[in-house]
Ligand binder design. Structure first.
Ligand code: HC1
Ligand code: SF4
Length: 568
């Protein structure tokens, strides 16, 4: 809470115990023992008028189901001593100025209490510093910053762009950019890992909940939600839903929140595989612009555009599944259902903050109508369910809507690092051999959380070498080699900016509070293993979409709606 960190800093200046408190707090830091969540959630949103939603700092993790044990609450002794269970509960949920919701979830505060730091009103009130809004999505509030440096470490060591640093101004140590330029003029990739690393709400991203509620309340709009593959793993943990039921539960949850139509953009992941693998096989044949890099992660695309523009020709020209789904819904679905595109409000639900940035790119709008009108993180979706007081028992599980109802297990795998490559190999090998593959669908070698993975596949005497990278610092040596003209020995390279892929996206609740990355990945693998269709190219709804609308993969219409270009 706001006075908490400020007081700890004062205490650090004053004595050894406090310094120890800060030390152990930092040593449990994001990088070393990732992922420990020092963030806190907040609540009482239901009491606030709707127009206020956008001003509220967001929840960083799902609401806590119960009060923590008394021993833990005892560490908050200056507030809680002798409180009854009921008063403690009310106290815990009282909205705190930093954006905290459950005060017992503040590890910084707990750590300080363990070291006998008394929380008192600071003797000296620091002057207010205006909130810095030098990025379209990420905002910084220096008044809450405790100079822990976790955002700086997350940017340099977790994700890789390494663009943040401390600087001094008016005698205060503040977080800014290394170059001194506004954040959106640096190599920031908008992944938001700095936001998730911040323990005090000093970094935050813009919430789109308010605009989505307004659209849901607008009777003139048909609202469509579509949900990314990785979201089901978090929903499964959050609501205690089995992996078999997770997809249908999300469809029911979104209907309950108020959307008219609910689609799964795993469908568009299947579409991406058909488009991107066709493009890959064409390049492979001519051996031009090989290796082909995947282009579905907007953090990675931002990185290439900003830091390695020489690599642009090697990127697949495919839009990401999010933007393929948006373009398909705004064109094909509106045509089919005779809805004017301006009356259709499309919301994508993702684990990713860079997807907000992606959807707002000018090339993804026609005549001022965006292909995707709003992007909610999975955390924002959970908040909306919270605001509407939706309990799991209120949710009626159901199928996603026609005409994009069926999806493949290959598309589901997109949500974790290696999934795009695995799905692409399931199609590439079939196309290269001309035979249906039934025995070799699993590519264990590209699964898991390691930053660099490889696979080699023989198909009709042709070897296809694949690399799978997550964490942008892991891809830089390969990019340098390509730029120098050195052979890297790969044909296809999947890159995801976040370590482990989208399951670690900064729009998800921070892992370890409600689950682990391994568990999130396993949910996706389990869904794939038990899917009726395990290859994107076999999805009957995809085949029908090509028959009725796009013609064939990489057709002129597919190029117009499903492919893009990049800016240096
Ligand atoms: Fe991802 Fe993707 S997998 S980028 O991680 O290609 O966000 O889940 O939605 O677009 O499908 C994120 C996840 C996501 C896209 C797909
Ligand atoms: Fe977003 Fe996924 Fe890329 Fe992370 S890895 S920036 S969550 S798309």
């Amino acid at each position: 809470c706001v006075t908490g960190p400020a007081t700890v800093i004062q205490a650090v200046a004053a004595g050894r115990h406090a310094a120890e408190a800060m030390d152990s707090f930092l040593m449990k830091g994001y990088v070393k023992e990732q992922p420990v969540d020092y963030s806190c959630s907040r609540g009482s949103l239901e009491d606030l008028p709707q127009w206020e939603f956008e001003k509220i700092p967001r929840l960083k993790r799902a609401p806590m189901p119960a009060l923590p044990p008394a021993e833990r609450r005892d560490n908050f002794r200056e507030v809680e001593t002798g409180l009854s269970e009921e008063t403690a509960r009310a106290e815990a949920r009282r909205c705190l100025k930093c954006g905290c919701y459950e005060r017992y979830d503040c590890d910084l505060r707990q750590e300080a209490s363990l070291h006998h730091i008394e929380f008192k009103k600071p003797v000296h009130e620091r002057p207010y510093i205006p909130i810095v809004e030098d990025h379209s999505i990420i905002i910084r509030d220096h008044n809450k910053c405790i100079s822990c440096g976790r955002c700086i470490a997350a940017c340099a060591e977790v994700e890789g762009p390494d663009i943040l640093s401390f600087y001094m101004k008016h005698g205060r140590q503040l977080v800014g950019t290394k170059s001194g330029l506004p954040l959106d003029q640096t190599d920031c990739v908008s992944c938001g890992q700095c936001v998730n690393a911040c323990p005090c709400g000093a970094l935050d991203y813009r919430s789109e909940i308010g605009r989505v509620f307004r659209a849901l309340n607008d009777l003139g709009k048909t609202t469509v939600a579509f949900v990314a593959p990785a979201v089901r793993s978090v929903v499964s943990s959050q609501y205690g839903v089995s992996y078999q039921e997770a997809s249908r539960f999300i469809a029911g949850l979104l209907k309950k929140i108020g959307f008219d139509k609910v689609f799964d953009f795993t469908f568009a992941a299947d579409l991406t595989i058909v488009e991107e693998t066709t493009e890959f096989l064409t390049r492979l044949q001519s051996h031009k612009r090989i290796p082909q890099f995947t282009s579905c992660c907007p953090g990675w695309v931002n990185f290439v555009e900003r830091r390695y523009p020489e690599i642009i020709p090697y990127l697949s020209s495919c839009k990401s599944p999010q933007m393929m789904m948006g373009a398909t819904v705004k064109n094909h679905f509106t045509e089919l259902s005779e809805i004017d595109p301006k009356d259709l409000y499309v919301v994508s639900i993702v684990p990713c903050i860079a997807k907000k940035y992606e959807a707002a790119r000018p090339e993804f709008a026609t005549d001022g109508i965006r292909d995707v009108d709003a992007v909610l993180t999975s955390t924002e979706m959970l908040e909306m369910a919270d605001i509407k007081l939706i309990e799991p028992a209120d949710v009626e599980s159901q199928d996603f809507c026609e005409p994009y109802k069926r999806v493949s297990g290959a598309g589901i795998l997109f949500g974790a690092s290696g999934g795009v490559a695995e799905a692409a190999l399931r199609m590439a090998v079939e196309k290269l051999t001309g035979e249906a593959i039934t025995d070799r669908l699993d590519y264990q070698e590209v699964r898991g959380l390691q930053g660099i993975k490889e696979a080699a596949v023989e198909a009709k005497g042709k070897k296809v070498n694949v690399a799978v990278i997550s964490g942008l610092h892991n891809v830089e040596p390969i990019l340098e080699k390509i730029i120098q003209g050195t052979e890297v020995g790969y044909d296809l390279i999947e890159v995801m900016a976040c370590p482990g892929g989208c399951i670690c996206g900064a729009g998800h609740p921070v892992p370890e509070k409600i689950d682990t990355l391994e568990k999130r990945q396993q949910v996706l693998v389990n869904i794939d293993q038990t899917s009726r269709y395990r290859k994107s190219q076999e999805n009957p709804d995809i085949l029908r979409l090509y028959d009725e609308y796009y013609g064939e993969a990489n057709s002129p219409l597919a190029h117009k709606l499903l492919h893009t270009h990049y800016e240096a």
